[in-house]
Design a protein around this ligand. Structure first.
Ligand code: GAR
Length: 226
């Protein structure tokens, strides 16, 4: 049975761009048994299409425009004030392209997830698809991880792989990886809302046990295995 709006974990999504991952989460949250509720979407860019997607789904939105702040600390302070206003249980970074300060990340420890377009620990940072191609990789993919002080370095919860073919370009690879993101992120958010994943000291706890390695989404996209 679907959790109601009083008891269901409150999810706040932060995005910077097109918001296809946000859309995947909105779609998942409409499923009858989805255990959480998206209470707000925040963006650092006023024109982000993610805001439009949220408005169409009747979800509260806010903008904290990074160009209006003189330092990362001031921006993060304003962002934190907006986040607190919505009292979320989970913060989902969905293509949120801002580096967050240590204080901000520490304050939200264990309650913030990120999607990163590579098989971490490979290719932290930007241009991951180009770098995977340049390195001659045959496999690439997406990781969902807890956000910690280290950029793209928090414990990885789950990954999905894609094969790289000889005619792949950064754009074609991005498309393949995004397809996986849209499946994997809602699954991990669901686990979090069900209380199945937590952040230990520097590892993920899944169903009460430390994870030795990320969960991997099998090809049929239906379940996860260790
Ligand atoms: C996603 O592909 C995500 O992996 C990437 O931004 C894209 C956002 O797309 N995130 C990062 O690169 C984080 N370092 P979306 O706005 O359509 O969801």
């Amino acid at each position: 049975m679907k959790a109601d709006s009083v008891t269901a974990p409150r999810i706040l999504v932060l995005a910077s761009g097109s918001g296809t991952n946000l859309q995947a989460l909105i779609d998942a949250s409409r499923e009858r048994d989805f255990p959480g509720q998206i209470v707000a979407v925040g963006c650092n860019r006023p024109g982000a299409f993610a805001l439009e997607r949220a408005a169409q789904a009747n979800i509260d939105t806010f903008v904290v425009d990074h160009t209006h702040y003189g330092s990362r600390e001031e921006f993060d302070g304003a962002l934190m004030a907006q986040i607190r206003r919505h009292n979320p249980d989970l913060i989902v970074l969905a293509g949120f392209m801002r580096i967050l300060t240590t204080d901000f990340v520490r304050a939200l420890r264990g309650t913030m997830l990120n999607v990163h377009p590579s098989l971490l620990p490979k290719y932290t940072g930007l241009k991951t698809h180009q770098r995977a191609l340049d390195a001659g990789e045959t496999t690439h993919g997406v990781s969902i991880h807890f956000v910690t002080e280290e950029l793209d370095g928090g414990p990885v919860i789950a990954q999905a792989e894609v094969s790289i073919s000889s005619d792949d370009t950064p754009e074609s690879l991005a498309e393949k990886v995004q397809e996986k993101e849209h499946v994997l992120y809602p699954i991990v958010v669901r686990w979090f809302c069900e209380g199945r994943i937590q952040l230990g000291t520097d590892y993920v706890v899944f169903d009460g046990q430390p994870l030795n390695r990320p969960l991997v989404l099998p090809d049929e996209n239906t379940a996860a295995t260790t």
